[in-house]
Design a protein around this ligand. Structure first.
Ligand SMILES: [Mn+2]
Length: 194
């Protein structure tokens, strides 16, 4: 893994902002392999509309404080050294501090992430979420709550995408299922829990 020093591309959306660094990390194969093999991945359980569902992807969670995600409480978990190292790189590149990370592992095209906003109260007023992507690129869809504005970005291997400003209030984001997907994607989404 090599961390580069690049200026981010700034994407101004109505009511939100993204910053994107295309190749923050290069030579990610070993890193990606290690993350898949060493982190504590599990099939998550979400509670929506009065029912429990298995998440259609694997997840992992590490953080200094408890976090409630889709009404499931995640207990504080110590950081493995590799994740600490990645956290430091992401903090340096984004200019924000983080104390938790939620990982997602999309093993095939039927794994997806429904449209949602990362707007839990413990993330504060304007949550900053910084996403590292490994593996194949899958489109991340953004939909404004006004029902009109849309935006799609396809974060590539080794990229960093930072969501900031009021974006979590006005926009939802998600990853669709696709029959065309030919490989696996993992992401690490760093957050600051207050
Ligand atoms: Mn999210």
């Amino acid at each position: 893994m090599i961390a580069s020093n690049q200026n981010p591309e700034i994407i101004e959306l109505p009511d939100g902002r993204l910053r994107y660094i295309d190749r923050l990390l290069t030579e990610t194969d070993t890193l990606s392999h290690t993350l898949k093999n060493s982190l504590h991945w599990y099939q998550g359980d979400v509670y929506l509309f009065g029912r429990h569902y298995q998440t259609p992807r694997l997840q992992c969670w590490y953080g200094d404080k408890a976090y409630t995600y889709s009404q499931v409480r995640l207990a504080p978990t110590p950081w493995p050294p590799l994740l600490n190292q990645l956290k430091a790189i992401v903090e340096e590149a984004s200019g924000h501090a983080f104390n938790s990370v939620l990982g997602n592992w999309y093993q095939h095209g039927q794994h997806n992430m429904g449209m949602h906003a990362d707007n839990e109260p413990e993330l504060g007023k304007n949550p900053v979420v910084a996403m590292l992507t490994f593996g194949i690129a899958r489109p991340l869809q953004f939909r404004h709550r006004n029902g009109e504005d849309r935006f799609t970005i396809t974060p590539t291997d080794g990229s960093l995408l930072v969501m900031e400003g009021p974006i979590q209030h006005y926009w939802r984001h998600g990853i669709n299922k696709s029959k065309k997907v030919t490989g696996q994607r993992t992401s690490l989404t760093f957050r600051q829990i207050l």
